[in-house]
Design a protein around this ligand. Sequence first.
Ligand code: SF4
Ligand code: ZN
Length: 313
Amino acid sequence: MLMSAFDDSYIMAKCKSCNAYTEVIRIPEFNLKACPSCFQRIYERRVRRVLERYSMTKGVEKVAVALSGGKDSAALLAAMQRLGWVMGFQVVALHFHLNMGDYSQRNLEEVEKLSERLGVELRVARVGDLGLRVRRVKGWTPCAVCGAIKRALFNREARKLGAQAVATAHTLEDALLFTLKNLLSRHYVFPRPVLPSQGDLIMKIKPLMYTPERLNAIYCREKGIEVFAEKCPFWSPKPHRLKEVFDHLEHIMPSGKLQLLLSLQEALPSADEAAWENRLHSCSSCGETSTQPQCALCRLREWFAKEDIESSL
Ligand code: SF4
Ligand code: ZN
């Protein structure tokens, strides 16, 4: 399996940014070779361009960054914190403790270390305290349950923090995967880099949507950031295997992933906002905005509570 199309090691060459002959990192994705400090500047500049191009932080004073502790969210938190200083917004980190025993505890310890090192406030939401669990229920896979919990909690927890936007670490490969899966089922839609705020749903932004995962890992390495590399007990490679197609493309044609994403963005309509707005309800149990008459969190909570009663009988 091709994990990465390119070699992440250093070579001696001229940095294309500062012209010094030194150890450089090859970045064929952007047709560049850069020394470690120029690489960090280039990476942050590219994230900033995405924030500006899609008005992701316009009028925003506080951004909540969803932090799992993996390379993508760790890179996002570090870059957003630096960009916040120059662009005038505050950053807070939001972590979900998924109640998966020692795994979740080790995960929490890593994100606490990272937030402390970066000097970023960390808010931890424990799904166990909310009567929720990540596991199979009523035909939902554990990942579907986990995704529904996270989507709902991002909004509620970020609002409690006083944030006007939630930033998630969706990468270039995630956006390609979403689009290709849709295309393969004849569903022609492109993921939106920004989901605007509606009612009590706050704005969701994806600042890394045009950044390859490999560069997130290099950015963490260059900044000396330790990432949580353990896979979740429910993680399976199967849903991610299509990413190998993109790695092959990049191997044959450097920058192919980004060019493909930009072409798809031009060719495909983005998710229909009007249709989305018309589908919104107030949850019959908790009153939160939801695409269903009862929100996913309340449905899950009821199912788990019922299971608990039945198993105690
Ligand atoms: Fe959640 Fe684990 Fe599935 Fe990721 S792999 S969605 S963390 S359950
Ligand atoms: Zn509800």
